[in-house]
Design a binder for this molecule. Structure first.
Ligand code: SAH
Length: 227
């Protein structure tokens, strides 16, 4: 029993990852080959707590500490696809969490900046990303609803926590032709929205329903909403 679980910890979970990509992503309509390749490449089990490694490729979000979660693989892939990243893009993520989504973005964009509110998550994610060699990701600690004006504009912005509305600073930091994906709604239910900026105007497309932990900050909820 013990030996078996040790073996599972040391192998690289490649078969589980391939099965996840096929069953949870490709069969559910994720088509972009570069997104599928990135999801096949990033070792998700390295980003989840040790005791949950064997569940890392299951079709569900998982707890990462502090009441926060790593999103279900399908949601990570769907949000990434919606951004239509180019290899020259600079991307901003709000809500680093464990760093998994940032690692996926980093394989598709030139540079990824990511902001995490909780210092313990920010430092753990930063160390993990560095140790795995994701050198084009930069983790910042702070309130992501304020954006990162000194590094703007961004070609793509991914908000990985639920907001009551799109934070104004993030809309302002989108480049011309830029895309932002964000879950908007109340504490229990949100819709993923794809917002695009063209000639200074925004178009909004509503994608699928989802459920994220709350975005807590100056331009979102001041404190976590009651569930
Ligand atoms: N993308 C993450 C999952 C994010 S969970 C991953 O791959 O693991 C949402 C994260 O948003 C949590 O870690 C939470 O602490 C963070 N968060 C909430 N409000 C925030 C804010 N205003 N700025 C930055 N991060 C925030």
């Amino acid at each position: 029993m013990l030996r078996r679980s040790r073996m599972l910890e040391t192998e690289d979970y490649a078969p589980q990852r391939a099965e996840m990509v096929e069953k949870q992503l490709r069969r559910r309509g994720i088509e972009d080959p570069s997104v599928l390749a990135a999801m096949l490449a990033v070792p998700r089990h390295e980003f989840v707590p040790q005791e949950l490694r064997t569940k890392a490729y299951d079709d569900m979000p998982l707890p990462i500490g502090g009441g926060q979660t790593i999103s279900q693989p399908y949601i990570v892939a769907a949000m990434t696809s919606a951004l239509r990243l180019q290899s020259t893009d600079r991307a901003l993520e709000i809500g680093t969490g464990c760093g998994f989504q940032a690692a996926v973005l980093s394989l598709l964009a030139e540079e990824v900046l990511t902001i995490e509110l909780r210092p313990e998550l920010a430092s753990a994610a930063s160390q993990k990303l560095t140790s795995l060699g994701y050198n084009n990701v930069h983790v910042h600690c702070g309130d992501g609803t304020l954006g990162l004006p000194e590094f703007a504009p961004f070609d793509a912005i991914l908000v990985a926590a639920a907001a009551p509305a799109s934070p104004e600073p993030l809309l302002a930091e989108l480049a011309e032709g830029g895309r932002m994906i964000i879950p908007i709604g109340d504490a229990d239910n949100q819709d993923l929205r794809l917002i695009e900026k063209h000639a200074g105007a925004f178009s909004i497309k509503i994608l699928e329903g989802c459920r994220f932990v709350p975005l807590v900050g100056h331009h979102a909820w001041q404190k976590p909403p009651q569930r």
